[in-house]
Design a protein around this ligand. Sequence first.
Ligand code: GAP
Length: 515
Amino acid sequence: MAQQEDVFKKLVSHCKEYGFVFPSSEIYDGLGAVYDYGQNGVELKNNIKKYWWDSMTLLNENVVGIDSAIFMHPTIWKASGHVDAFNDPLIDNKDSKKRYRADVLIEEQLAKFEDKINKEVEKAEKKFGEAFDKEQFLSTNPRVLENQEKKDELHARFAKALNDSNLEELRQIILDYEVVCPISGTRNWTDVRQFNLMFSTEMGSTSDGAMKIYLRPETAQGIFVNFLNVQKSGRMKVPFGIAQIGKAFRNEIVARQFIFRMREFEQMEMQFFVRPGEELEWFAKWKEIRLKWHKALGMGDSMYRYHDHEKLAHYANAATDIEFRMPFGFKEVEGIHSRTDFDLGSHEKYSGKKIQYFDPELNQSYVPYVIETSIGVDRMFLSIMAGSFCEEELEGGDTRVVLKLPPALAPIKLAILPLVKKDGLPEMARKIMNELKFEFNCQYDEKDTVGKRYRRQDAIGTPYCVTIDYDSLNDNCVTIRHRDTMEQERVAISALRDIIADKVSVKNLLKKIVE
Ligand code: GAP
């Protein structure tokens, strides 16, 4: 675990050193849980967004996009339930004066039981080698069973307290399990209180006063309130979906773990409108499609898992998360929810406008049911960075830090490196760059030895480096060096475009989803 924390720290400083992510307002000592993306970060982020957007709007003829405003009528947040119920239970430690989410403290306690079980499994795997039967071990080993029982007991108590919104019981669990504040080390806790996560501001200035409005805490509501606009103007037939990418804002109580939990972040959400009664079938379909989307990136299937929700929001009849194995454990990257007709129905009620779809096949009108897929761009970014970050020992004792980014997402696709800064090599390199720059993000670099230049490109995840040497002047060939294998091959300059295009295209990722 300590080793993983170490990796995470290295990753955070790597992000800063190589222009991926900077703390916001750094020269003023930063602003809590707000980050800026640098020159490489913005490219990676844009590539992630493109991959998601294309997977929604190109692969599905019945999914279209919108871009709604961040400011919306305040009653929308009343209708959605956010004004009354978008709360986190918070608890303060009286000695350290630090504030925590009560539910997160309990989840960490649950994770401790899980860790203990995993350690037993690891030990036994080492001891028994190939003869190890994991299923049997999990169902018979006394230490595993003891920890599993403790975990189940805590889990049941925790789920009931959340379902009943029983804040006293949440506090009691924290006391009973002797949870200590990581800063003060004490168990001197306050009561648990609810805290609304929405940021508000004021719009206009009339004699009656300005109107209180909110910064949207999710992009989804912009889709719901445009349901009729899109359905009518696009002559959309149920089932159909509306996709959107945009900023969301939450006044998170505990903002930790870098860009995992931010106060300003970006979401990629898609609401898929279906006939009532068909929602669970569509839920299962989207669950599968979304996991394929993640796995197509080639980070390793074991890096992902589903986490089905036992505690469902009052409007949902099924929900699951796709979790990624971050350096700090498996964490939610995406949520897939079957949201019933709650949102559209509620907007009907609050707006007084009929929000229904006439289904010509059934010859009846209804409020469609909704399957939502919702993924955080920043969390996706973090998962990609964490899954790609490697420190490698090379032959001869040398080391390198390399980001093994999926080539289609890499900020720079191709580095163009003249061997020396003279004798016509830079001119030839520039000529290659001028031809390829229309299609790929290329970087020209002539400073330092080629070895040092390779390392710089490894550190930002550039999948291909092209070196132009003296032979190139005569044979019109260059050397391509592959980031992951460090293998080099000699290719004709005229073949370069096709070789690179095949490897870095988003198209190939998209194809894997529909395979
Ligand atoms: N419309 C549904 C919705 O907003 P959510 O589970 O609250 O559901 C969806 O958020 C996704 O947005 C999460 O899976 C996560 O990737 C991202 N997200 C939520 N809060 C975030 C935060 N504070 N910082 C970064 N990403 C966040």
